[in-house]
Design a protein around this ligand. Sequence first.
Ligand code: NAP
Length: 290
Amino acid sequence: MSAKTIDGKLLAANLRAEIAEGVARLKAERGFVPGLAVILVGDNPASVSYVTAKEKACAEAGMLSREIRLDADIAEEELLAKIAELNADPAIHGILVQLPLPKGFDEKKVINSIAPDKDVDGFTPVNVGRMMIGEECFLPCTPHGIIKLIEFSGMDLKGRHAVVIGRSNIVGKPVAALLARRETNATVTLCHTGTIDVASFTRQADVVVVAAGRPGTLTGDMLKSGAVVIDVGVNRIPDASRPKGFRLVGDADFESCSAVASAITPVPGGVGPMTITMLLWNTLESAKRR
Ligand code: NAP
């Protein structure tokens, strides 16, 4: 079997066109556009490029984006005061603090200070709790994007066995929770470094979501024939032939998995484009709720 590629760029483009229509409708009917505030503390190059990509995506969707850049050495109180100001700003419907924060900041305290009804990343404990008990909330962007990608692959998750590798708070745990929701109705196994024989679980899986942050975590011999593979990992591998001196690979060995799976996401171009798309989705939802 040679797996089809699940084109995250295409799905993201389709959804972003829908979001842009939603923004235009909101503007025409209610006279305002969704506003997203992105706070960047310090100048970590990866964070700068994520923030730039988010602003570009906002502008393309017709949304207002407000970038707040703060020096890495500001006092935490100053950052909390900025968030409080944005919490009260009626033109802002979503607030995102780019993580990781520089050393010395209490990330939990900072994230907890975002008003839950503007927490479009879905990271505050209130949103996570609402998701777990099935209340209206903002779903975390990467896990929500993963569910959309599985649906886009053509797989009906109802009654299927999904194996998630990785139990982080931002990917593994919320993906497992979303897959197990009644409306999705998959049966879920969550693997981590304490799992004895991960392959014995993945070989039973109709879908494998791998979010371990380690290249080669999933190989073709660990898959059942025809499984769908969602590769969340983003890993830099030194590569002198590339202008930047590295290339990006996922957590799945693409070649061997493609030979056994029915569909697989590429890295880059799979999960990555969906994360920002679901952020725009949440920001539009937040604005519509006003
Ligand atoms: P993380 O916080 O480091 O968590 C990794 C998880 O994988 C941990 O739960 C760890 O288990 C588990 N794990 C690691 N190696 C394993 C193995 N060999 N077998 C079984 N479990 C294993 O990482 P994360 O934040 O979830 O991110 C995972 C990957 O996704 C990273 O490459 C990250 O860059 C990428 N990512 C991509 C996007 C995107 O938009 N494309 C978004 C978020 C993350 P323990 O808990 O036992 O340590």
